[in-house]
Design a protein around this ligand. Structure first.
Ligand code: NAI
Length: 409
C-alpha cells in the first residue's frame, strides 16, 4: 500500500524520497495565498501527468508571518522550524518582515536557524517576456549567494548609542583608527568555513550539470580580508576538493592554450563592480557565480530584471541538512488578495524543488508548460503592463493556462 512518509537524508547526504512524501509549506503573506494556491495546483498537476497514481506530494501546512501570528501568537513558531527539520524540505511564499517587533527578518531567521547557507538563484530567460536587455536569451546562469554572514548578519550599532561610543573609543585608543563621532557602525565578517562550504556547493553544481565555469565575485581589491579572502578561499577549496576536475584561467592558457579540456570546470574571479557590467555585456561567459551575501543580493535582483523581473525569478535556500524553496520577491502588498500577482517565481521554485528530490520529469513538464504559456502571450499584470496592447489575466487564470499545457509536448 502506498503510504505517505517523510523525506529523509542518508548519512552520505543523498535524499531518500518516498513516493508519497510529506512536504511542509508556508503560504506566505500579502500575495502569498494567491501565488501558493496557483503553485500547488500546477505542481500537483505536473506530478500527476508525470507519474500517474504512482507518486503524489502530501502537503502539510506550517505557519509563519502574519498567519503564524494569527494562529499561534508567534511570527515564527518553533514548531514550524522543527517540522521543516523533520521533513528536510519545505516550500514557502513571501513573508512580511514585521517592523519594530523584535525580529529582524523572518526569512533571514529561517535561513540562519536551519543553516541554509547557499541561496541559489537561477537566471534563465524563458522567452517571450519583455526584457530591458537586447539579447536576454544569452542569460543562463546560476548565482550561489552566501546566506549566513557578511554585513547581512545585521551586526550594527546606531550613531550616538553607548555601544557605538564604546566601539569608537576602542578603535581610537587601541587601534589608532579615528572615525566621525556621529557615525553608525556595522560589522562585516566573512569566514573561511562559510566561504568554502558555499564555493564547494557552487563547484559541485557546475560539475554535476557539466557547466564550463564558476566565477568568484568579490570586491577584494578594497575589502582584502573579507571579500579578498573569500576569493582566496574559493580557489583553495577548488584545489583541495576538486583538484582534478577544475583549473584556473591561468592554467587554461598556460597548459591548454586557452582550449578548455572536457570534464574540467574553469574557476575564475571577477571584481564585483566589473562583473556587474561584464555579465550584461557577455552573459554567455558566466555559468555559475559564487559570491558573498550582499553582492549576491544585489546581483540576483538586477539579473532577475534582465530575464523578465522578480515575478519570474525562482530561488532556493540550501544547506547540508535542509532545503527551503521560495519565491524571491516579497509580499507585494498592493496586489495582496486581488488575484493579480504573477505566480511564476514560486511555481519555478517548485520546479527546482522537484528537481532537488529527483522528480525531474514533473519539473520539466512545469518549465515547458510555463514557457508555452508565456509564448502564447498569456501574461499577468506585471508583464502585460510592459507590452503594448497586452491584456492581463488573473493569477488563477495564469495557473489554469499552465495546467492546460502540462504534459502536452
Ligand atoms: P516586493 O518584492 O514585495 O515588491 C517589489 C515590486 O515588485 C512591487 O512593485 C510589487 O508589486 C512587484 N512584485 C513583486 N512580486 C510580484 C509578483 N509575484 N507579481 C507581480 N508583481 C510583483 O518588495 P517590497 O515591496 O520591498 O517588500 C514588501 C514586503 O515583502 C516587505 O515586508 C519585505 O520585508 C517583504 N519581503 C519578503 C521577502 C521574502 O519573503 N523572501 C523578500 C523581499 C521582501
Amino acid at each position: 500500500m502506498n503510504q505517505k512518509a517523510e523525506i529523509t537524508r542518508k548519512i552520505n547526504g543523498t535524499l531518500e524520497v518516498p513516493d508519497f512524501p510529506i512536504i511542509p509549506f508556508i503560504e506566505g503573506d500579502g500575495i502569498g495565498p494567491d501565488i501558493w494556491r496557483a503553485t500547488r495546483m500546477v505542481i500537483d498537476k505536473a506530478v500527476e501527468a508525470a507519474y500517474g497514481s504512482q507518486k503524489k506530494i502530501c502537503w502539510l501546512e506550517v505557519y509563519a508571518g502574519e498567519k503564524g501570528y494569527r494562529e499561534t501568537g508567534q511570527w515564527l513558531p518553533e514548531t514550524t522550524l522543527e517540522t521543516i527539520q523533520k521533513h528536510v524540505i519545505a516550500i514557502k511564499g513571501p513573508l512580511t518582515t514585521p517592523v519594530g517587533k523584535g525580529i529582524r527578518s523572518l526569512n533571514v531567521s529561517i535561513r540562519r536557524k536551519l543553516q541554509l547557507y547557499a541561496c541559489m538563484r537561477p537566471i534563465k530567460y524563458l522567452g517571450s517576456v519583455p526584457s530591458p536587455i537586447r539579447y536576454p536569451e544569452k542569460f543562463d546562469m546560476v548565482i550561489f549567494r552566501e546566506n549566513t554572514e557578511d554585513v547581512y548578519a545585521g551586526i550594527e550599532w546606531q550613531a550616538g548609542s553607548s555601544q557605538t561610543k564604546n566601539i569608537l573609543s576602542f578603535l581610537s585608543k587601541e587601534m589608532g583608527i579615528s572615525l566621525p563621532q556621529d557615525a553608525g557602525i556595522g560589522l562585516k565578517s566573512i569566514s573561511e568555513k562559510n566561504s568554502k562550504r558555499l564555493v564547494t556547493k557552487a563547484i559541485a553544481y557546475a560539475i554535476k550539470n557539466k557547466l564550463p565555469s564558476v566565477t568568484l565575485m568579490h570586491k577584494g581589491n578594497i575589502m582584502k580580508f573579507t571579500e579578498g579572502a573569500f576569493r582566496n578561499w574559493g580557489y583553495e577549496v577548488a584545489e583541495e576538493i576538486f583538484g582534478d576536475q577544475t583549473l584556473t584561467e591561468k592554467q587554461l592558457l598556460d597548459i591548454y592554450n586557452g582550449k578548455q579540456p572536457p570534464g574540467k570546470v574553469v574557476i575564475k574571479d571577477r571584481l564585483a563592480d566589473m562583473l556587474f557590467q561584464q555579465v550584461l555585456i557577455e552573459p554567455e561567459k558566466y555559468h555559475v557565480i559564487a559570491t558573498p551575501n550582499l553582492n549576491g543580493d544585489y546581483l540576483s535582483d538586477a539579473l532577475a530584471a534582465a530575464v523578465g523581473g522578480l515575478g519570474l525569478a525562482p530561488g532556493a535556500n540550501i544547506g547540508d541538512d535542509y532545503a527551503v524553496f521560495e519565491a524571491t520577491h516579497g509580499t507585494a502588498p498592493t496586489l495582496a488578495g486581488k488575484d493579480k500577482a504573477n505566480p511564476s517565481s514560486l511555481i519555478l521554485s517548485g520546479a527546482m524543488m522537484l528537481d532537488y528530490i529527483g522528480w525531474t520529469k514533473a519539473s520539466k513538464f512545469i518549465k515547458q508548460a510555463l514557457e508555452a504559456t508565456l509564448k502564447a502571450g498569456v501574461f499577468t499584470l506585471d508583464l502585460a503592463s510592459q507590452v503594448k496592447g497586452a491584456k492581463a489575466v488573473k493569477c488563477s487564470q495564469f495557473a489554469q493556462a499552465i495546467i492546460k499545457r502540462i504534459g502536452s509536448f
